[in-house]
Design a protein around this ligand. Structure first.
Ligand code: UT7
Length: 319
């Protein structure tokens, strides 16, 4: 019995902040932002909706996509840096909103790599038989911890939520064991401290590590899954910066047509980035049931990781 991804959902706030909007209030310009990051716009949560609402929308959509009843969810993991309240976390409220009446619901904070860590946990629970149905959600309102006067970071981050449903099946691969790492010695290169609560980053250093670590982890994940890059249909890397993704793909030898890119539309949404990239890729017809997908992420901590999954393998088998 293996654990597979059987459903996907995503939700974005309505408010769009374009590069032109930022140009009006910061010493920056659209050409610089597009050239250095690939980002054209991002979404900000405002107008009364909570992050709990956004996460619940993504989770409900993922369960509907999987054709599963919320009342059957055993566990809900919500990855977030930016919960609505310091406590409780987002997960109990999201579980309540979606009707996951018998689920254990908890937040995990693994920064931008959180979603891969939580997906690994979900797969482990399902494969061990401890859970039959797990929802993994990344939900972030990074606009809450962005210094909107700092052009070095204000252009980079956005808000959004994405979710997947993980369930058991008689699968060939499902979610292969992930390669997960952390290196706390680099904690000062990207952080928001308890007092100030604003993200501070040494962008250049983070950039260099992000590329190198995602490449290493992806190579290790391929070895672990006993496949080569030729077997990979799609490379879905954390959407922090188009140049980081392109550089990692180039080093790995992944052709551009196999690389998912939605950072232009939503910027860096931290732990929501991978599920939102999968959601967009499926909606755009870039991702089909049965596809072999290499996932890679990197973020504050540093924490990072990579894994190989077969997309909706169950659906392809017609089970
Ligand atoms: O989830 C993981 C978290 N974060 C990341 O992965 C981000 C990693 N880092 C990056 O994406 C890039 O380092 C940045 C996009 C943040 C910066 O790009 P860069 O190519 O590393 O630029 P830089 O920091 O070397 O800055 C180049 C120049 C500097 O001016 P001088 O010193 O050459 O005169 C900056 O002051 O660009 C200036 N600059 C800007 N100019 C216009 C920095 N930010 C801006 C801006 N608009 N927003």
């Amino acid at each position: 019995m293996k654990a597979g991804v059987v459903g996907i959902g995503g939700a974005l706030p309505e408010t769009v902040v374009t590069n032109a909007d930022l140009e009006a209030r910061l010493d920056t310009n659209d050409a610089w932002i597009v050239k250095r990051t690939g980002i054209r716009e991002r979404r900000h949560l405002d107008g009364g909706r909570t992050l709990t609402d956004l996460g619940a929308e993504a989770c409900s959509m993922a369960l509907a996509d999987a054709g599963r009843d919320p009342a059957d969810v055993d566990r809900l993991f919500v990855c977030t840096l930016t919960p609505d309240r310091y406590m409780p976390g987002l997960a109990p409220g999201i579980g309540d909103q979606i009707g996951a009446t018998k689920a254990g619901c908890i937040d995990l904070n693994g920064a931008c790599a959180g979603f891969l860590y939580a997906l690994d946990q979900a797969a482990g629970l399902v494969e061990s038989g401890r859970a039959q149905l797990v929802v993994v959600c990344g939900a972030e309102a990074l606009s809450r911890i962005t210094d909107h006067a700092d052009r070095g970071t204000a252009i980079l981050f956005g808000d959004g939520a994405g979710a997947v449903v993980v369930a058991p099946g008689d699968l060939d691969r499902g979610c292969s064991t992930f390669e997960l790492r952390s290196e706390g010695a680099h904690g000062d290169l990207l952080y928001a401290d308890g007092e100030e609560r604003l993200m501070r980053m040494d962008g250049k250093e983070v950039y260099v590590h992000a590329v190198a670590r995602m490449v290493e982890a992806t190579e290790a994940a391929l070895v672990r899954a006993q496949i080569t890059l030729d077997d990979v249909d799609l490379f879905v890397a954390h959407q922090a910066n188009a140049r980081i993704i392109e550089s990692a793909a180039r080093r790995l030898g992944v052709p551009a047509e196999k690389v998912v890119m939605n950072v232009d539309m939503i910027a860096n949404t931290s732990s929501a980035s991978i599920p939102l990239a999968l959601w967009h890729a499926e909606r755009d017809g870039q991702l089909q049931p049965g596809d072999t997908v290499a996932l890679a992420s990197f973020g504050a901590g540093f924490t990072w990781g990579a894994g190989v999954i077969t997309w909706k393998e169950h659906a392809q088998a017609g089970a």
